[in-house]
Design a protein. Sequence first.
Length: 347
Amino acid sequence: VQRGTLLPQVSLGGSLSHSRTYQSQTGGVAQPGSGAGGDDDVNSLGVNLDASQALYDPARRAQLTQAERQVDRESLSLVVAEQQLLLEVAEAYFEILRAHDILSARRSQETAIERQLEQARERFEVGLIAITEVHEARASFDLARAQRIAAESAMQVSFEALERLTGQRYASIDGLAEEIPIAPPEPVDRGDWVELAMANSPMLQMAEAGIEVARSELEVSRAGQKPRLEAFASYDYSDNDRSGVSGYNSGSQLGLRASMPLYTGGSTQAQIRQSGFALEVSQYDFEAQRRDTVQQVRSLFTRVTNDVETVEARAQAIVSNRSALEATRSGYEVGTRNIVDVLNAER
């Protein structure tokens, strides 16, 4: 749009009209075609052709530059939206996997506690334990059942979240492999990741592009007090059927037209100041985005590094808890542990 304002402008106009004049005065000498004492009907035709070309127009040139910088910023905005979509889909996918694992754990817990409830009933029937242990096992089973129902609902909700992002409904998704290599990020220096983000972050680049847009807006405002020069040409043609008149009229013009704003009520200077403040705001926004990017990269690097160690620790905890469960079951069989200890170990 802005580029078109710097190219030649050509316009064609035309008019067709009908006029009627009625004269009621009499006397004197009537001129031919005057229609004295009657109607005078006239049909008129007019055509005009105008062309102009900007020779020096800093305001339009600055507006073109601003439009180009706005396109660059919007392109980066699209990249940000695409990356955000990728992130949200990945999060929805892993949320389904997490919900699936939780549901599997709840089902296993319900099955295990139900088995403990049956054993508790059998031991109570033969007089080995008191009825309170049966009640405790029953309460734990009811809680496990409620947790399993809630996990099923969460599973359904997580699938609906993925459907909202992709526009497609999934009955199931592929899971991850049982054994996934969990390793610290490479390179191991978080400073390298900060440099990578500084060079490639589209959000940071978009904030930087915002500075250029604001700077071009300031240039547009300053150009509002500069002169303009354009070349122009025009051609006019007119004809009518008035009685007593023959032929047509035509004319043409070719020249240069210049304009210079002298006083605009202070609006131009006010616009310059406003654009200057907007430029400062965009610079502060860029600095805020730069600091936020650095902080996020450092925090995420630390979190991922800690998560790697946490995964290793939890893998070992699974082995230890299985051993503890077997020991608790054995203690329950010989009477050194009660049903609460077994239920806790099951969980």
